[in-house]
Design a protein around this ligand. Structure first.
Ligand code: SF4
Length: 245
């Protein structure tokens, strides 16, 4: 691929953002492969779980010029970079995003790309990365993800990184809520890291419409009472756990 930096890509598709502060926005999704966590309820295990998925068919190695061209062929200017954990490839991502931003700005200002990053919040982004990103959707994992059973100490990992993200003016914190105990843990995390409630969003855990709606009812009650935002996950309501939607 003529020496250009290579990204490990899982999927690329047109859709609408299904969750978070830009829910409902038409966009392109670039899903990067590999993750440093092992959440039990992960709905994108095909990006990292090589005991159950075939790495050689799941990962497409793509040069940044080819990727930028694919993105530019879409009529969407809102780009959601997700994973897996996209910041594991941040050095190369910086090159792709710089290229995209330059292209958009060369066309005209109103055509500039808007870049949204979805991260698990475990990796601290570099300065060059921060300058290129318009919205950070940080989704810290709680004990309902059972990473501890895989030998991953979430408390230790988040000790530094959440304090870092807290100070980014364009960061939202999306918490996936599965059960009532999660709300107790949520309150401890908000207090420990002093996360501003205005930047927190609660979302139900689930891969079916029924389980999502069921949990949404009591999560919304809690959200109303505590003046915290709620977000549904449109992609699950509309398509369950189908890929590429
Ligand atoms: S951080 Fe996200 S991609 Fe990684 S295992 Fe957890 S849910 Fe899956």
């Amino acid at each position: 691929m003529d020496g250009q930096p290579i990204l490990k890509i899982s999927e690329f598709f047109d859709s609408i953002q299904g969750e978070g502060p830009y829910a409902g926005t038409p966009c392109v999704f670039l899903r990067l492969a590999t993750c440093n966590l092992k959440c039990s309820w992960c709905d994108t295990k095909y990006t990292w779980d090589w005991e159950n998925y075939d790495i050689s068919t799941e990962i497409k190695e793509t040069g940044i010029c080819e990727m930028a061209e694919k993105i530019s062929l879409s009529d969407k200017k809102h780009v959601v970079i997700t994973g897996g954990e996209p910041l594991l490839q941040q050095a190369i991502l910086v090159s792709l995003l710089s290229l995209l931003k330059r292209t958009g700005e060369n066309e005209n200002k109103s055509n500039a790309y808007f870049i949204e990053i979805e991260t698990n919040g475990t990796v601290i982004p570099k300065k060059e990365m921060i300058d290129l990103v318009d919205q950070w959707n940080v989704s810290p994992k709680t004990s309902n993800s059972h990473n501890d059973q895989k030998g991953i100490d979430l408390d230790k990992i988040y000790e530094k990184s959440l304090l870092f993200y807290k100070d980014l003016r364009n960061a939202s914190f999306k918490f996936v809520i599965d059960n009532l105990e999660d709300l107790v843990e949520l309150e401890k995390i908000l207090k420990k890291y002093d996360l501003p409630k205005g930047q927190v969003i609660l979302m139900p855990q689930g891969t079916t419409k029924e389980s999502m709606l069921d949990k949404s009812r009591w999560i919304i009650n809690y959200a109303k009472k505590n003046n915290i935002a709620f977000s549904t996950r449109l992609q699950v309501l509309l398509w369950g756990n189908q890929r590429g939607k």
